[in-house]
Design a protein around this ligand. Structure first.
Ligand code: ADP
Ligand code: MG
Length: 395
């Protein structure tokens, strides 16, 4: 188990704290469209301010690639933070340099400010030593709460830790605890549900869970690749040709492991992927050339449900169909209802699945929803995340 020092373990009063958050939120016409990522950091902000820290907040937003971009400035985040905190959040137009240093030097206990988009600076993503030094210059302590960026070794997630002490924020701490539990000491039976588009994105997660889980349920576009490996011709369905061989290997590995690999036994197919288009449910062997498999069928939901209802823990990543287009969200929805119905402790990760569950109003039934996408997947692969590794260990 990873044991990192968190803000709860140290005295922060009077300390100038660089709080790396993940405020990489979707924007819509200059406004924050979904503030879930901002809300996720509020406990850490409240905790630090309440205990007399001086807070310098920083995040990246979008992909400006080392250049200032008007539409990716942090102002909308400052506006939303101001609303959520009920106090004015001052936003600087700089990331580092004399203006920042002066503003931080003038702060009092319980003050906070927000820096400009970290990725406006070239040194951020290249983890340039000198730039990391500049980030560290005005502050005393580095608190990392940006779990969603922990798989990237950037100046604000890794480099800065070579200049000042680095500890975990409350969100980071919770992510580490929850995700560790699902791979190190899972309740059993453990059911892992994997969906989404591509096998290639998730092959390592799959292999890791094949060693760990009791049931591995596969749906979504990636199931098509597995069915192709089983020899089915899925017509016009999305699948990854160059991953068929790898999928066949995984099927072979599953036969030797104690984990049961469960693939769809029926699929919702359509000729046209658009809202309201006609569809039917077919067994894989009955799919013809012009049909696309876009969701799991009712019998598959039933068979997934048997595993789910028999589980003590459920780990789920990736939607089981093209949930963006109604009614191809039904497989994901009915599976989510089984998860909600079961007594099992459920842990969900991945951007699109979380969006799907929120859209379906089922997110509240999940015990833990990870804020990471790629970071969560890498954690589940059993990889070390550089943004976690640099945090001080508890002894
Ligand atoms: P997550 O972000 O939850 O990890 P992914 O990014 O791997 O999920 O995959 C999400 C995408 O997979 C969605 O856009 C969804 O439309 C797509 N998808 C799911 N099932 C299918 C399918 N049968 N055919 C094509 N695309 C699919
Ligand atoms: Mg995704």
């Amino acid at each position: 188990m990873i044991h990192k020092i968190s803000i709860e373990d140290i005295d922060v009063s009077g300390q100038k704290v660089f709080l790396r958050a993940d405020f990489n939120v979707p924007l819509d016409q200059g406004k924050v469209r979904d503030d879930a990522r901002i809300k996720a950091v509020l406990p850490t902000i409240d905790n630090l301010l309440g205990r007399g820290a001086r807070l310098v907040l920083a995040s990246h937003l979008g992909r400006p690639k080392g250049q200032p971009k008007e539409e990716l400035k942090m102002d909308p985040v400052a506006t939303r933070l101001t609303e959520l905190l009920g106090r004015t959040v001052i936003k600087l137009d700089q990331v580092v340099g004399p203006v920042v240093n002066k503003a931080v030097a003038d702060m009092k206990n319980g003050d906070l400010l927000l820096l400009e988009n970290l990725r406006f600076e070239k040194g951020e993503e290249s983890n340039e030593k000198a730039f990391a030094g500049k980030l560290a210059e005005p502050v005393d302590l580095f608190v990392n709460d940006a779990f969603g960026t922990a798989h990237r070794a950037h100046a604000s997630t890794v480099g800065i830790a070579s200049y000042i002490p680095a500890v975990a924020g409350l969100l980071m701490k919770k992510e580490i605890e929850e995700l560790s539990r699902s791979i190190e000491n899972p309740l059993r039976p453990l059911t892992v549900i994997l969906g989404g588009a591509k096998v290639s994105d998730k092959i390592n997660v799959m292999r890791h869970f094949l060693q760990l889980a009791d049931y591995l349920l596969v749906g979504g576009g990636m199931a098509n690749t597995f069915l192709a490996a089983r020899g089915y011709d899925l017509g016009d369905s999305f699948y990854e040709k160059d991953m068929v061989e790898e999928a066949a290997k995984i099927i072979g590995e599953s036969e030797k492991s104690s984990c049961r690999l469960v693939l769809p036994v029926d699929l919702v197919v359509t000729r046209e992927l658009k809202p309201g288009s006609s569809f039917k449910t077919l067994e894989p062997e009955k799919i013809k050339h012009s049909w696309k498999a876009v969701d799991i069928g009712v019998k598959t939901v039933e068979s997934f449900g048997e595993c789910i209802l028999n589980s003590a823990m459920i780990v789920w990543n990736g939607p089981l169909g093209v949930f963006e287009i109604s009614p191809f969200d039904q497989g994901t929805m009915f599976t989510a209802l089984k998860v909600a119905e079961s007594e099992a402790y459920s842990v969900v990760g991945g951007g699109d699945l979380v969006a799907a569950l929120e859209f379906l109003n089922l997110a509240d039934d999940i015990n833990f929803i990870s804020t990471g996408g790629g970071a969560t997947l890498e954690f589940w692969e059993g990889k070390e995340l550089p943004g976690i590794t640099v945090l001080q260990d508890k002894t």
